[in-house]
Structures are given as structure tokens and as C-alpha cells.
Design a protein around this ligand. Structure first.
Ligand SMILES: *[C@@H]1O[C@H](CO)[C@@H](O)[C@H](O)[C@H]1NC(C)=O
Ligand SMILES: *[C@@H]1O[C@H](CO)[C@@H](O)[C@H](O)[C@H]1NC(C)=O
Ligand SMILES: *[C@@H]1O[C@H](CO)[C@@H](O)[C@H](O)[C@H]1NC(C)=O
Ligand SMILES: *[C@@H]1O[C@H](CO)[C@@H](O)[C@H](O)[C@H]1NC(C)=O
Ligand SMILES: *[C@@H]1O[C@H](CO)[C@@H](O)[C@H](O)[C@H]1NC(C)=O
Ligand SMILES: *[C@@H]1O[C@H](CO)[C@@H](O)[C@H](O)[C@H]1NC(C)=O
Length: 403
């Protein structure tokens, strides 16, 4: 929970930056009168116990990037091996985080549930708000259309947010605390206050706060339910579930290159240890399925064009946040999975997990625990042709639970 001191620090920062943050709205929904959006920067103060990795491979070139993958994947000294964690490393800072708030323009009783939506590795908040055929792919557009307010954000190290040290700072524990900071900002009403100046109509009065993630964003969201179970009124975990088949993808399968060398102009802000899949085929491998013909090659090209680097520190810390019990989480939780998920289910989510076991061991008090497999889709759920039909399944779940 937030101490009064931490809360007042956040408040001071807010008052200090409140004037600076309200940027003019630039949104792909500007031609849709029923959706109002604004993007702005919020300073989030957070501290966490990150990890120090023994003998990390530094990545300052494409050759280093392959060496990193080799080191991570090697059975005798790398992958998932907690003996590589040397010690805990407390980190603390104030980070500029880019957020987008979208609400129904004519609030009048809608938009009162705020979805706090976290993207996964290799993307930024555009994963949820495709500029390519938004009617067919944008989750944000669909969710606002279904009456929700939606807050998307660029995780630390991506998009328009800060890009600090890729080894010691941009790791899962700190990113979890930033999600917590954003949630506190929203729940305290400060976020709406900051945003209001860039909306012409009064923002909806938010009554409920739910958390939605994709992939690594789901890992952070589930870790949030473990540590801050009372701060979420409901959650949807997309593209991620505990599965014995989850480890099939290796680091080598991402085709890593050093971001700065891959595209010095696009990735000018990214330093040592930021890595990115080299080719469109590498993005396809992890995120798309052509089975059933639900992939549009142009959506793949779009995904490749908005790919974002990940950090070495994220891959060394990610698994330590997976599979933790959330005994005190009492709200509903839905797993929304891609049928042909290569990264999470080893290519096939059917019969790849045991919901009864998850309920007993991880979510004993959840008001509801459900899983749905979206057919014909790869890991990048929002970028397959049938995406919007899948969104309705998610909204149905929420509405069934009065969210
Ligand atoms: C982890 O690495 C250590 C050496 O660093 C090795 O002895 C051990 O067998 C590895 N464990 C696994 C599960 O691979
Ligand atoms: C965050 O944004 C503020 C206000 O625009 C700016 O003064 C500050 O330097 C930024 N901090 C970082 C670490 O970029
Ligand atoms: C959405 O997809 C359908 C079917 O592929 C296509 O006909 C339509 O043009 C797309 N909509 C937009 C706005 O691109
Ligand atoms: C759950 O709540 C109980 C009672 O408040 C507390 O003692 C326990 O540490 C909590 N468990 C976790 C995993 O946070
Ligand atoms: C799922 O887990 C439950 C509880 O541990 C167990 O009884 C059941 O046999 C498992 N189902 C399968 C198909 O393994
Ligand atoms: C599209 O998604 C919906 C919702 O999950 C599903 O009912 C339908 O079968 C899917 N269509 C195809 C062609 O897979």
C-alpha cells in the first residue's frame, strides 16, 4: 500500500507538472466523434527490489545480441536459472510515463469503469490501438464503444516513456511498481484532474478500476493482483497463462539484434542492452498464426513497423514474477488466450493448462476464474482479423460480473 509520504510526494509532483503535462490531443480516433482521447506524460515515482544478474552478457552490437541469446538459452548456465540472480538491487526514481486516456464523448452514465491496460514485450501502447484499420483491430476503440474508459500506457523503456538502464533499472519488479503508481494516480482522481484540461466535456466519474494485460503486461497485471489485490475490481489476462508448454520458445527464436544498430535513427534513444527482433519474420514467429487464414500480411507489417525494444534486464527478471499465488484477490479474473499461441502455450493453447489447478493453487478466492480460447489466432491477439469478435467475449465477461 502507499504510505502517506509516498502519496504526498506523488501529489506534489502532480501539482508541479500538472500544467506541463496536458499535451494537445493527437489521436487516431479524432475522426470518431463518439471517442475522446488525450495523450500526456505523467511523472511516476516508484521504488522496487530489482535483481542483479551474475555475469550478464552486455549487448552493444548485433553480435552481442546473438551471444546474449546463446547465453540465456544454454541449459547449463542460462535460461530461467535463478542461480544467475546474484542479489537484490533496490532502485528508486521518478519516471516520465506516456499515457493515453480515451473515454466515451457523451459520458452520461458510461465510462465509469476504467480499464488500465498494459502491453507486452516488443510493443508499446499502440498494440492496443492499431492505427492500421482501427475498426478491425483497435481494442481501445472497441472498449470505448462498449462504454469503458480506457487508460493505455507505454511501459518503462518503450514508446514515449523514459528509457533508463536496460540491465539494472528496466526490470519486472520496477515495472510492477509503476503500474501500481499509475493505478494510485487513477484511483485518487488525480489522473482525471490532470487530463481534464485536454477534454472539452467533463470526464466520466470513475467508479471501478480493472486491469488488463497482454503477455508480459499480463505477467505484471497478475503480479499486481498478488501484491495489491484490493486495488483491482476485476482483471483480464490475455496472451499468458501458466502452462507446462510455456517454455518452448527460446531467446534465439526472437532473432535479436541490438536496437541501436538495427535502426540508429528510430532507436536513437535506446542504449546498451535494448534488443529488438531483426526481421518481420521474427515478429511473425512470436506473434502471428497464418493457420485458418485470420492473419492479414499488412497487419504483420504494421506490427513490425511499431515494434519496440525489450531489455536484457526484463528477460532476467520476468520469470521470478510468474506463477505467484494471489490468495487475497477476490474479484473476477478471465484468461483470454490465443488458440495458436507459440510463446505461451508452445503453439496450441487447447489442453495446455489446468484451470482447476490454477484456481486451487493461485486464485482460491477469486469471485470467478474463467478461461476462453480465441480461435484461429496467434499470440498477438489484437492484430488478427477476428480481433473485434474476441473483444466482445472479454466485454461479455466483464458485464456478466457487473464491470
Ligand atoms: C543453474 O546453473 C548452475 C550453474 O550456474 C547449474 O549448476 C545448475 O544445474 C543450473 N540449474 C538448472 C536447473 O539448469
Ligand atoms: C520528465 O518530464 C519533465 C517535464 O517535461 C522534464 O522536466 C524532466 O526532465 C523529464 N525527466 C526525464 C528523466 O526525462
Ligand atoms: C475491415 O476488414 C474487412 C474484412 O477484411 C474489410 O473489408 C474492411 O475494409 C476493413 N475495414 C477497414 C476500415 O479497413
Ligand atoms: C493476504 O492477507 C493476509 C491478511 O491480511 C496477509 O497476512 C497475507 O500476507 C496476505 N497474503 C499475501 C500473499 O499478500
Ligand atoms: C487438473 O487439476 C486437478 C486439481 O489438481 C486434478 O484433479 C485434475 O486431474 C487435473 N486435470 C488434468 C486433466 O490433469
Ligand atoms: C471469431 O471470434 C469469435 C469469438 O471468439 C468466435 O465465436 C468465432 O468463431 C471466430 N471466428 C472465426 C472464423 O474463427
Amino acid at each position: 500500500m502507499v504510505s502517506p509520504i509516498a502519496a504526498s510526494v506523488v501529489y506534489l509532483l502532480l501539482t508541479r507538472y500538472a500544467a506541463a503535462i496536458a499535451a494537445p490531443s493527437k489521436s487516431i480516433h479524432d475522426n470518431k466523434p463518439e471517442i475522446s482521447c488525450s495523450q500526456f506524460i505523467v511523472p511516476i515515482t516508484a521504488s522496487a527490489d530489482n535483481y542483479i544478474v551474475k555475469d550478464p552478457v552486455r549487448v552493444d552490437s548485433n553480435i552481442d545480441a546473438v551471444n546474449y541469446a546463446w547465453d540465456y538459452d544454454t541449459w547449463s548456465h542460462g535460461r530461467y536459472n535463478q542461480s544467475r540472480i546474484a542479489s537484490v538491487n533496490p532502485v528508486k526514481g521518478t519516471y516520465n510515463i506516456s499515457v493515453q486516456l480515451c473515454v466515451p464523448s457523451e459520458a452520461r452514465g458510461t465510462g465509469q469503469t476504467l480499464q488500465i491496460v498494459t502491453h507486452g514485450l516488443l510493443f508499446d501502447k499502440r498494440y492496443w490501438d492499431s492505427e492500421y484499420e482501427p475498426e478491425n483491430y483497435s481494442y481501445v476503440r472497441a472498449a470505448v464503444g462498449a462504454g469503458y474508459s480506457v487508460l493505455t500506457w507505454d511501459r518503462l523503456g518503450t514508446g514515449q516513456s523514459d528509457k533508463p538502464d536496460a540491465y539494472d533499472v528496466v526490470q519486472a519488479p520496477l515495472e510492477l511498481e509503476i503500474l501500481h503508481g499509475i493505478t494510485i494516480l487513477a484511483r485518487s482522481g488525480q489522473l482525471s484532474k490532470m487530463a481534464q484540461t485536454s477534454f472539452s466535456a467533463p470526464l466520466p466519474a470513475i467508479k471501478k478500476y480493472i486491469h488488463i494485460g497482454h503477455s508480459f503486461g499480463t505477467i505484471l497485471t497478475l503480479a499486481f493482483l498478488v501484491k495489491y489485490p484490493t486495488l483491482s475490481d476485476g482483471a483480464i489476462a490475455t496472451g499468458q497463462i501458466l502452462s507446462p508448454h510455456g517454455g518452448a520458445a527460446t531467446q534465439a527464436s526472437f532473432g535479436w539484434q541490438y536496437a541501436h544498430q538495427h535502426d540508429p535513427k528510430l532507436y536513437a534513444d535506446y542504449g546498451s542492452g535494448y534488443i529488438v527482433p531483426g526481421t518481420e519474420s521474427d515478429i511473425q514467429q512470436g506473434f502471428f498464426s497464418v493457420v485458418d487464414g485470420l492473419m492479414d500480411p499488412k497487419a504483420l507489417s504494421y506490427a513490425n513497423s511499431i515494434k519496440n525494444p525489450a531489455t536484457v534486464g526484463e528477460f532476467h527478471s520476468i520469470l521470478l514474477s510468474v506463477g505467484l499465488p494471489a490468495p487475497n484477490y477476490t474479484a473476477p479474473l478471465q484468461f483470454f488466450l490465443a488458440e495458436y499461441d507459440y510463446l505461451t502455450c508452445g503453439g496450441d493453447c487447447k489442453n495446455a493448462y489446468n484451470l482447476t489447478q490454477l484456481k486451487q493453487s493461485l486464485y482460491p478466492q477469486a469471485a470467478a476464474l474463467e478461461a476462453y480460447i480465441q480461435p484461429g489466432t496467434g499470440h498477438g491477439l489484437t492484430l488478427h482479423k477476428n480481433a473485434t469478435a474476441g473483444y466482445q467475449v472479454m466485454f461479455d465477461f466483464l458485464k456478466r460480473h457487473q464491470l
